[in-house]
Write a protein that binds this ligand. Structure first.
Ligand SMILES: CC(C)(COP(=O)(O)OP(=O)(O)OC[C@H]1O[C@@H](n2cnc3c(N)ncnc32)[C@H](O)[C@@H]1OP(=O)(O)O)[C@@H](O)C(=O)NCCC(=O)NCCS
Length: 240
């Protein structure tokens, strides 16, 4: 279902079996009202509790789009869908109250949102608008590991801003793939070394859980930093 045929999301990337949609989050009151009409009671109540206009827009436009695309994937009406939440808040979809077989993850930042869709839910997507900030090294010292901090300290000007958000989106995608939220200390792991030097993809293991391999992809471009992480299905026994 769409709202009078209107869609504010469109295909963006297809990578390794994951479909990623871009969600247009430009301010549009009429669109937001139409999107709000697609939410269920729980979501409408949550929307009512969000005070910031920007955060309301991010939530309602991404969640309504997510409902429509998941309903299409699952071949059912969007009203049959509801969302459950893991221990640290990672959402999963239910159809008629039972967990459905559809993996997804959502990210939103300013004017852009991303919805990643896959057959499994061990995936995380992150998008960050590159908002210029003071003291990137200071913020980095709280969330980045030693090699990441050194790389950030070496960079300057626009290059520093790019690296800061690139690292942020990659680490956040990994945290979101696990679903661990703030329970995982982001300075306790680092992105793969070749990616620190500009590589666009790599294999990653969390130091506390080395038996699981994750694939990490830097999807950033001109408009924003973005990354996707997903668990590799075949157990990796090479030790590499
Ligand atoms: C939700 C969280 C995981 C990401 O927050 P964020 O970057 O502000 O927001 P994003 O727009 O990328 O993602 C929000 C979406 O992720 C999903 N989400 C919420 N909790 C999640 C979790 N624990 N795991 C994965 N996805 C989650 C939701 O769909 C949410 O959108 P919605 O509420 O509109 O449905 C955040 O709470 C968090 O814990 N971040 C880790 C903190 C950190 O230290 N980051 C440093 C990076 S270096």
């Amino acid at each position: 279902m769409t709202v009078a045929g209107e869609r504010w999301w469109s295909p963006w990337r297809d990578v390794d079996g994951t479909t990623i949609l871009h969600v247009d989050l430009a301010p549009d009151d009429a669109r937001e009202r139409r999107a709000a009409a697609l939410l269920d009671d729980d979501e409408a109540a949550r929307l009512g509790r969000i005070l910031s206009a920007r955060r309301r827009r991010e939530f309602v436009l991404c969640r309504a789009a997510l409902r429509v695309v998941l309903a299409e994937r699952l071949g059912c009406a969007a009203r049959r869908l509801s969302f459950g939440y893991g221990e640290h808040g990672k959402p999963f979809v239910e159809m008629d109250g039972r967990r459905a077989d559809a993996g997804f993850n959502v990210s939103h930042s300013g004017r852009h949102g991303l919805i990643a869709l896959a057959a499994h839910d061990a995936l995380g997507v992150d998008l960050e608008e590159r908002v210029p900030r003071q003291d990137l090294d200071g913020i980095g010292s709280l969330v980045y590991g030693p090699a990441e901090r050194r790389a950030l300290a070496r960079a300057d000007g626009p290059e520093k801003v790019h690296l800061f958000y690139r690292l942020w989106s990659m680490k956040e995608a990994l945290i979101k793939a696990v679903g661990a939220g703030f329970s995982l200390n982001p300075s306790a792991f680092e992105v793969p070394e070749p990616m620190l030097r500009g590589g666009r993809s790599g294999r990653f293991r969390f130091p506390h859980a080395p038996s699981e391999s994750w694939r990490l992809l830097d999807l950033g471009g001109e408009g924003f930093a973005a990354a996707l992480a997903y668990r590799m299905r075949v157990p990796d026994r090479s030790g590499a």
